[in-house]
Design a protein around this ligand. Structure first.
Ligand code: F0G
Length: 369
């Protein structure tokens, strides 16, 4: 028999993370009647990164958001946005995306039994994200324009057709995403001194600031971290102070020329004594390699900009010795794995090939004397 919502009978003492809405129900706009749509998002690891601490003189921790169900932090906001969409009776959600939002929207809509329509900039979305969006059965449209064009159209459609917008201009997304700050405070016992995030639309930058602000008001944290946000140099409208018409970076997730939460982000920067900086693609790829080869965490290029940004700020003398720093790395490396297969000079990594012979394998591994 097909039971839509089976009630499990857990072993006494066992504990499964219940997703951010149930874990933080008292801090989100939900009631007992809210039809919660969750894939178990949140509760992601906050990991010490000794290699980065050594490199910077700070006490560096990494919030690994690639461990969410669809491999990015978007799931925190999407559980909330799709839950509220269902609560409002929506039958179809819509979003513009550089790939991660669409993967997440598609998965959560499918789980809720409603439709997802997604608008993606043609040819600009990483393969893993495209595969996820298709696998979760979204109605996928590639638009011959930028992400910013896609968002304009998605907003138009939501204003004029029966589709519910789940981009981060929807406050439910920010609400869900603020829970990441709650988790950081729970694990560290207080807010860090400095928190670094990648910036595209600046929704996540805004969400962390809100989460920390609420934690201070609730007495869980004693201080507001300085919020540092980084954009790719070829796609850095906030740093430049004007929209970028044709943004360009290998960090496709944050290839955004006109951020939706621009104003809110500037307010959050001023509130937190924060900072926005721009990072070149080569430094992003170098940081991705450092994080994967020295810390053991594989992230997509857009996420590695947190690491690159911290290294740049530390080199500039802007990170006090011993400061407690949290880097949010937003998406899993498997989403966009091709960059790890290239060397710093752009040539392909060539794995060593040997015949079926132990001695030759030993020699190739440098084990032979
Ligand atoms: N990191 C990753 C991996 C992302 O996918 C995004 C945004 C960001 C950082 C930036 O977050 O927009 O809140 O400043 N991706 C969106 C998408 C645009 O469509 O998946 P933000």
């Amino acid at each position: 028999m097909n039971t839509p919502n089976p009630t499990p009978t857990p072993k006494p003492g066992s504990r499964q993370w219940r997703g951010v809405i149930r874990e933080y129900a008292d801090r989100l706009d939900v009631t007992d009647a809210t039809p919660i749509v969750t894939l178990g998002e949140g509760g992601t690891p906050l990991l010490p990164a000794p290699a980065l601490s050594r490199r910077t003189g700070a006490d560096v921790w990494v919030k690994f958001e690639g461990m969410n169900p669809t491999g990015s932090f978007k799931d925190r906001g999407m559980t909330m946005a799709v839950t509220k969409a269902v609560e409002h009776g929506a039958k179809v959600v819509i979003c513009a995306s550089t790939g991660n939002t669409s993967a997440s929207a598609a998965a959560y809509a499918t789980h809720a039994g409603i439709g997802a329509a997604v608008l993606l900039p043609e040819g600009k979305v990483a393969m893993g994200k495209l595969s996820q969006t298709i696998a979760h059965d979204a109605k996928l449209i590639q638009v011959q324009g930028t992400f910013d064009d896609c968002l304009d159209i998605a907003r138009d459609l939501a204003a004029n057709y029966p589709v519910h917008l789940v981009n981060s201009v929807n406050n439910d997304r920010i609400e869900g995403q603020k829970t990441a700050a709650f988790e950081v405070v729970e694990v560290l016992g207080d807010a860090p001194d400095l928190h670094v995030v990648p910036v595209g639309n600046a929704g996540n930058y805004t969400a962390y600031t809100r989460g920390y602000r609420e934690d201070i008001a609730a007495g869980n944290a004693t201080r507001m971290p300085r919020m540092f946000g980084f954009q790719a140099a070829g796609s850095a409208p906030i740093v430049r102070g004007e929209p970028v018409r044709d943004p360009d970076t290998i960090a496709s997730a944050i290839r955004i020329g006109n951020p939706a939460s621009w104003e809110l982000a500037l307010q959050a920067r001023d509130e937190t004594d924060g900072y926005f900086g721009a990072i070149e693609d080569a430094a992003i790829l170098e940081a991705q390699r450092i994080l994967s080869a020295e810390v053991g965490i594989f992230v997509e290029p857009a996420s590695a900009i947190s690491v690159a940004g911290l290294l740049e700020r530390a080199a500039a003398g802007a990170v006090p010795r011993g400061a407690r720093v949290v880097l949010t790395v937003t998406g899993h490396g498997l989403k966009d794995p091709q960059w790890a297969l290239r060397t710093a000079d752009g040539s392909d990594v060539e794995p060593t090939v040997v015949p079926v012979d132990t001695a030759q394998v030993a020699a190739a591994l440098g084990l032979a004397s």
